[in-house]
Design a protein around this ligand. Structure first.
Ligand code: M6R
Length: 364
């Protein structure tokens, strides 16, 4: 049931504040300001390496997870596209664990990667939305996303719930490994608990984003740029756009611009830059200037501070509230989903059932 929404995707985008909150509450004790103990088949403190594999949007949540585990818990992470992982004959590292991220829990390549690790005796965690799925069943521990059923083929709420799980686990790992003090844990838990509130605020930008989408729908190519966790988010923005609007889109690490894609820049290819005001904001600003200097049109998704300091002529600037760094990937996922959604609606595509795509990819 779509309720009063036009599409399941729209409904699922709007459900995010609630399901993110449920998911976080499963892993974090907001009142006590701590991450909850988990019954894991391994000890985070003793791990030398964590490997994550998944496909599509779930893979991109894993890339963001890598940044978190490495930064917060000083735990090295390998992240792989499952269809590559299953055949690349990766040597198994002692004292490692493997996570598999999947909304459906039935993705063939992800399952095959899981079985590869199972055979090698690696402890396995499944970050899944469907608890009765094959991937859940074949894992040692189920790390559920509490997104509820996701019907739209384009993954939205499952993605932000995957991020919520991975961020919570990274905090847990940091505490176990002694890289996060109890005081810092308290702060991080509070910051994470604020994600739903910010997500709610971002949903109110729908009119501005809808207007922008009308303009965007007349272009054939779009480039998405970001640094740090905004780089995988740029790839996710591009994936959403191509899946449902069929506009050709690429997501790039902003620093890679001058290593090739800058050759494509002209007035016919808008460049969407995801850049909250963070440590490396200035670096991204110089990338935007490179785009502008070549006649490119910039769409900037940033916060108040970023909008003030970018001092750049943009095609549009979407201003999100200032928020703690740890929750930016979760909250910034919303405007890129909304932009893809409204663009597809303008183009009249089948938003919930885009051509050639299946919700669950159970064959290679
Ligand atoms: O069910 P899974 O999370 O394993 O599915 C993985 C991908 O097939 C999925 O994320 C796909 O990329 C979505 N259509 C993205 O919107």
């Amino acid at each position: 049931d779509k309720g009063n929404h036009r599409h399941f995707m729209e409904k699922e985008i709007h459900e995010q504040p609630e399901v993110i909150s449920h998911t976080l509450a499963h892993y974090l004790d907001f009142g006590a300001g701590v991450s909850k103990p988990l019954d894991l088949p391994f000890d985070f403190a003793k791990l030398d390496r964590l490997s994550i594999s998944a496909c599509g949007t779930a893979y991109l949540s894993g890339v963001i997870g890598k940044y978190w585990f490495e930064r917060l818990a000083r735990l090295p992470v390998d992240i792989d596209i499952a269809s590559e992982f299953r055949y690349r004959e990766m040597p198994i590292v002692k004292n490692s664990a493997a996570f598999f991220v999947s909304q459906s829990g039935e993705t063939a390549d992800t399952l095959a990667s899981l079985r590869y690790c199972r055979k090698a005796g690696v402890p396995i965690g499944a970050v899944v939305n469907v608890r009765e799925s094959t991937i859940a069943r074949e894992s040692d521990v189920i790390l559920p996303t509490l997104a509820g059923p996701e019907i739209g083929v384009a993954s939205t709420k499952a993605f932000t719930c995957q991020l919520s799980v991975l961020a919570s686990l990274a905090v847990r790992a940091g505490v176990a490994r002694g890289t996060i003090s109890p005081e810092r844990e308290k702060v991080l838990v509070r910051e994470l608990s604020e994600a739903p509130r910010y997500a709610n605020q971002v949903l109110k930008l729908d009119q501005q984003i809808e207007k922008l989408a009308r303009e965007l729908s007349s272009y054939k190519h779009v480039l998405y740029l970001g640094r740090d966790t905004n780089y995988p988010l740029a790839m996710e923005g591009a994936l959403k756009l191509k899946e449902i609007s069929y506009i050709h889109a690429e997501g790039y690490a902003a620093g890679e611009l001058k290593h090739g894609p800058i050759a494509l820049i002209d007035e016919n290819m808008p460049v969407i830059v995801i850049a909250p005001h963070d440590r490396i904001f200035e670096k991204t600003v110089s990338n935007m200037q490179e785009v502008a200097a070549r006649g490119g049109k910039v769409i900037l998704i940033t916060d108040k501070k970023g909008a003030e300091q970018a001092s750049l002529q943009t095609m549009e600037t979407i201003v999100l509230p200032d928020m703690p760094e740890i929750i930016t990937p979760i909250v910034y996922a919303l405007p890129i989903q909304m932009l893809a959604y409204y663009t597809a609606v303008f183009m009249g595509t089948d938003v919930d059932q885009p051509r050639n795509l299946a919700k669950s990819v159970t064959v290679e």
